[in-house]
Design a protein around this ligand. Sequence first.
Ligand code: LCV
Length: 259
Amino acid sequence: MAIINTQLQDNIGTITFNNPEHRNVLSKELINETLQSIGALQKGKMRVLIIRALKGSKVWSAGHDVHELPMPGRDPLSYHDPLVTVLRSIQSLPIPVIAMIEGSVWGGACDLALSCDIQIGCQTSSFCMTPAKIGVPYNVTGILHFMNIMGVNVAKEMFFTAQPLSAERAYQSGLLNHLVDVDDLENFTYDLAASITKNSPLSIGVIKEQIRLLASAHPLNPVTFERVQGLRRTVYDSKDYAEGIKAFLEKRTPHFSGD
Ligand code: LCV
């Protein structure tokens, strides 16, 4: 059975995560299928892409597949990591991408949802940033992404507490463009997508790229960049990182020693 479903109708592409048994984890397999589908849809007349889970999903996506996290000593979110790759692909896709969110969103899946251009949620939507729960040093582009969207204070609370943000709080904090009743979610999303397809794709594509370039226009001098990479290395080389992954796989609470 395919772990994603793909559809193109009236210039609106839809990618539906279809791996509920494993809570739509962003495994290499799911990400590669998503990237292939985006490529195929782009060959059609797609002007908007909607990314969603199956109707009634309790979990939109459980985030990075923890089984695929490297053991200590290797950056778990490096430039070529499949998750980081798909985030870049969505951010640089020259058409609007809408995250239609039913259910809980975890870790890297929050970054995926927020890499989309518009987020539409319902009362079952929630967002939980989990790096600190697993002992992962999140990456620079991801942290900057969260800072740009929700501001430093809410980003800090999400990363430090690793607790879910409710749909209402997500809407208040700017993670959701719209918060609608779950029964209206699909129609609302597709109506908004349809309104976009009526506008100039060229103008939209250029404005999206301008916003992306301006939002990431944060000059970082080489020494600062190397300091950040060094700091991150102390985390992914740590016993805490190994313990976080081991505890997840053993389905138990992690006991972090701080080294
Ligand atoms: C692999 C999984 C996962 C999973 N990986 O169902 O942002 S960072 O830096 O942290 C980044 C590295 C990242 O994204 O890390 C992953 C962060 N994600 C999480 O911490 C969420 C972990 N999952 C859960 O808390 C629960 O699975 C939720 C609440 C999502 C759903 O709970 P529920 O009781 O409905 P199970 O926990 O029973 O999970 C069902 C199956 O999906 C697997 C899980 O191991 C189980 O598989 P098995 O039945 O084979 O054991 N699964 C869930 N999440 N991230 N596998």
